[in-house]
Design a protein around this ligand. Structure first.
Ligand SMILES: NC(=O)c1ccc[n+]([C@@H]2O[C@H](COP(=O)([O-])OP(=O)(O)OC[C@H]3O[C@@H](n4cnc5c(N)ncnc54)[C@H](OP(=O)(O)O)[C@@H]3O)[C@@H](O)[C@H]2O)c1
Length: 266
């Protein structure tokens, strides 16, 4: 299927690794010019170099939680490419633990990256999309926004907020040719899993202490995910690319469940 996004300009946050990198690559392979955003400049530039072989890429090293980040990203994108068509709000991480394991810092840092940065970036790109009467926004959420799991309380409260923000924004700008959707992600094999979920699983289940990260993920996925395995970042990227494309003309305000059938992943 031709996604009809040749020449479109896509901003992808958290694009140096994992799901964000896979999304940037998928959009580029379908002809989009890609703006990749992440904090660690060295890793981001490495990811950007890999994609530059396939087309036009701009890397912007910044923390999306900084107050001026959204404006900087929009200004640099317009200066380089002259337009903004697609925004994929992907930067973030999980916080593993229930209410009693969470601190005020966990709560506020997760809100900063998951909600505040997402809202600011949406607000910053909409005027340009409205001007051209075409736009697509995809917000990365979690399956826990629909099916809360107390083992990931902060992540899942905020995922529900992302789904709600997505629906409201979609309704606010539906008449402007801009479609806004979220993806409710299940267990996908990335650094986020290794850094946040696996340490919590090892603490909760001593039998995992002798297993490698890959073995823990395989075991938990076999237990929790009906298709019997964790997702690949490219499987999320394929959905994000369709939602971001001209071939999606009728889906907006939705949260697409992409979890191999799972309603929880640990
Ligand atoms: N993997 C899963 O199972 C899963 C499940 C549900 C939801 N999700 C969500 O999907 C998204 C992508 O997850 P992933 O698994 O691909 O994570 P990942 O492999 O850890 O990659 C995260 C990306 O976001 C960037 N990033 C993090 N904080 C940032 C910030 N403040 N400003 C700019 N960039 C930032 C990271 O680069 P720097 O560190 O260099 O900034 C990296 O490029 C996240 O929002 C995550 O919560 C993932």
């Amino acid at each position: 299927m031709d996604l009809e996004i040749g020449g479109r300009v896509a901003i992808v946050t958290g694009a140096s690794a994992g799901i964000g990198y896979a999304v940037a690559k998928e959009l580029q392979e379908n002809g989009a010019r890609v703006v990749m955003v992440a904090r660690d400049r060295t890793r981001l530039e490495g990811a950007g170099e890999a994609l530059k072989k396939g087309g036009e890429v701009l890397t912007i090293a910044c923390d999306v939680t900084e107050q001026t980040a959204s404006q900087q990203i929009v200004e640099k994108t317009l200066a380089n490419f002259g337009q903004i068509d697609i925004l994929v709000n992907n930067a973030g991480r999980a916080h593993a633990g229930g209410l009693m394991q969470s601190t005020d810092d966990d709560w506020s840092s997760m809100i900063d990256v998951k909600i505040t940065a997402m809202r600011r970036l949406c607000k910053a790109v909409v005027p340009e999309m409205r001007r051209r009467r075409w736009g697509r926004i995809v917000n990365m959420s979690s399956i826990g926004g629909i099916y809360p799991n107390p083992k990931l309380l902060i992540s899942h409260v905020l995922s529900a907020a992302i789904n709600n923000l997505t629906k409201s924004l979609a309704l606010e700008i539906a008449g402007d040719g801009i479609l806004v959707n979220a993806i409710g992600i299940g267990a996908v094999a990335t650094d986020n899993w290794a850094n946040n979920m696996i340490p919590a699983l090892r603490r909760a289940r001593p039998e995992f202490s002798a297993l490698s990260e890959d073995e823990v993920l395989a075991k938990v996925s076999a237990e929790r995910t009906p298709i019997g395995r964790a997702g690949d970042p490219r499987e999320i990227a394929a959905i994000a690319a369709f939602l971001s494309s001209n071939r999606n003309g009728f889906v907006t305000g939705d949260t697409i469940e992409a979890s191999g059938g799972a309603d929880r992943f640990m």
